[in-house]
Design a protein around this ligand. Structure first.
Ligand code: HAS
Ligand code: CU1
Length: 554
């Protein structure tokens, strides 16, 4: 890992941009946690909507929870964290105008979508499937959030091109490589969402289209939709690969393997979207099978990550005197809240990954699709691997960005454990309920069916308890971060803990070609044509037949 000068710093304006994106993300996390509490209590048959600020319906609360967590918090972190990581790796600031553009489109997009949701004009959930219809401000907000990531991506690529011009023949520093590759994957993947919103949903909500094509817009959503989970996850992987080894006294196993893992995500994140549409009519089964097969492929780079990161942790634990088969584990930096939260996130993600594989198997999917098994799965993936890593990284990132010391270190340390216990209890309830057919995204489940299906009753109670514990976990995080920002003692610059690799970057041979990203972008597009081409040829032109429905808000 090309370690830039330890006294690396960013211009004040760029630190401010990064801080503001993060802070909007933290506010989103906190508001969404209150909505999440409402959802979890609903499973336990407790309806808190009456006294819930600004929320009139279950679906409005669920939309707020999903959009703020899955689109605002995650985009805020991807933009902010990978901007800093790329600048740190290249030891140079980013193009200021592009970074500022990314910040302001992100804040504006969040504001517009938030307005639509809170005013009851967009109770369409975070997947906003047509023919559910939202107000045009919601769709414009979503479009601006995607545009903010494109501007950020342009900033990273511009910095990388300039660096390569000044360092001819040098390997791209690994931290920059994995940060930029995350955005390269997302730049391609986000085209589905962009077309869905700009060509179809936004004009439809403005009355330019009389009706809409539900299957085509859903397919465009899931063209981006599975890849979006990796746009959420890969920033966490950047921390797990590039920082966590050093934060545990170790070194990353291999530069080459790490680059290959991120290249596999570039190639395989997009041509798998039909695994969210196994039960959709109008898509030939053989095309679903191709996507299912490729889904098992995209499982692989995460398996490699499990072994690679575990090896780095063991390397660190043994360097600190860990003996025997597992003696390296207690030697890890469990006393550092920034590290402990991420180690817990990794452990929970083992379960999140396994349930993902269960979702991907076609026959198992027929059992669990649209049941609470799915939110059980994703609260252990985006809800923990990503969200708990974001909270863990923030325990060093906010002090670095503000030059202030973390306030409430012990609360921060406890917070990771409280949250982990909460999410495991929540997931236990949702997974069991799902296996007994308990439907997801249904306001009536708790209030009426619970008594009929005993299994659902207990599943709902367990999920409710888990949700309360998770809520306490997030409240603890919010208190620590707010206190740090407001009252943290000013300290000198802290260094960003970039890891070294045991096997350094190759200087010759096939590995050097891993840096020629154009070849892999071409292969990614080829795979997408194979996976989506037959559907496009067989299905188009759009069938604009559904008039759409939603509350009378226009
Ligand atoms: Fe998923 C549905 C399949 C990963 C999120 N997923 C969802 C939805 C969301 C979501 C939000 O095939 C619901 C969408 C909706 O609302 O309808 N998912 C997978 C598969 C993976 C996977 C195969 N999902 C994720 C990630 C997410 C996420 C990551 C968010 C960040 N998912 C599906 C399918 C569906 C689905 C179907 C549709 C279901 C339906 O019918 O609707 C794989 O990528 C999983 C790979 C992961 C692993 C685990 C690796 C473990 C690691 C930790 C290592 C541990 C260490 C231990 C190092 C193989 C890397 C350290 C040791 C110490 C001592 C500390
Ligand atoms: Cu997926």
């Amino acid at each position: 890992m090309a370690v830039a000068a330890a006294d690396f710093d960013l211009p004040r304006s760029q630190k401010r941009n990064i801080r503001w994106m993060l802070y909007v993300g933290f506010v989103a996390l906190t508001v969404a946690a209150v909505n999440g509490l409402g959802q979890a209590l609903n499973y336990a048959g407790i309806d808190i909507l009456d006294w819930f600020p600004g929320m009139q319906t279950y679906y409005q609360g669920l939309t707020a929870h999903g959009v703020l967590m899955a689109l605002v918090l995650t985009f805020a972190f991807a933009n902010a964290f990978l901007a800093l990581m790329t600048a740190r790796a290249l030891a140079r600031p980013l193009p200021g105008l592009l970074l500022a553009g990314a910040t302001w489109t992100f804040i504006l997009g969040t504001g517009l979508a938030g307005f639509a949701i809170v005013s009851g004009r967009a109770s369409v959930l975070y997947t906003f499937y047509a023919p559910l219809k939202a107000h045009w401000t919601f769709y414009l907000g979503a479009a601006l959030l995607v545009i903010s990531t494109w501007l950020l991506s342009a900033a990273l690529f511009t910095a990388l091109v300039r660096w390569r011009r000044e360092n001819p023949g040098e390997r791209i520093p690994l931290l920059a490589y994995i940060s930029v590759l995350t955005f390269a994957m997302w730049d391609i993947a986000s085209l589905g969402l962009a077309i869905e919103v700009v060509v179809f949903l936004l004009p439809w909500s403005l009355g330019l289209w009389e009706a809409i094509d539900p299957l085509l817009t859903r397919t465009l959503f899931w063209f981006s939709g599975h890849a979006i989970v990796y746009f959420w996850l890969l920033p966490a992987y950047v921390s797990w690969y590039a920082l966590i080894p050093r934060q545990n006294g170790g070194k990353l196993f291999s530069d080459g393997i790490t680059r290959i893992v991120f290249l596999m995500f570039l190639l395989l994140s997009i041509p798998v979207g039909f695994h969210h549409q196994y039960t959709d009519p109008g898509i030939p089964a053989w095309q679903k099978a191709v996507h299912g097969f490729l889904t098992f492929g995209v499982f692989f780079p995460s398996l490699v990550t499990a072994f690679s990161v575990m090896a780095a942790l063991e390397n660190g634990g043994r360097a600190r005197g860990g003996r025997g088969l597992l003696g390296w584990i207690p030697k890890l930096s469990w006393g550092d809240p920034a590290v402990s939260a991420q180690l817990l996130a990794m452990l929970v993600f083992l379960l999140g990954g396994i349930t993902g594989l269960m979702n991907a198997s076609y026959s198992m999917n027929q059992v669990v699709h649209n049941t609470t098994f799915i939110p059980g799965h994703f609260h252990m993936t985006v809800g923990t691997a990503v969200a708990l890593t974001i909270m863990g990284v923030s325990y060093w990132l906010v002090p670095w960005l503000t030059g202030r010391q973390l306030v409430g270190r012990r609360i921060a340390l406890a917070q990771g454990w409280v949250y982990t216990i909460g999410v495991l209890v929540l997931a236990r309830g949702l997974i069991q309920g799902g296996l007994e057919g308990m439907p997801r995204r249904s306001a009536v489940v708790a209030s009426s069916y619970m008594g009929e299906v005993p299994g659902w009753h207990w599943a709902g109670q367990i999920a409710g308890i888990g949700g309360v514990i998770m809520f306490v976990g997030i409240a603890m995080f919010a208190v620590v971060i707010a206190a740090t920002i407001l009252f943290g003692k000013r300290t000198g610059e802290q260094e960003i803990p970039v890891s070294e690799t045991i096997l350094p970057p190759a200087r010759s041979g096939w590995e050097v070609r891993l840096d020629d990203l154009r070849l892999y972008v071409f292969l990614a597009i080829l795979l997408i044509l194979i996976a989506y081409g037959p559907f496009a040829v067989g299905y188009l032109p759009p069938k604009m037949t559904a008039p759409g429905f939603g509350p009378p808000f226009f």
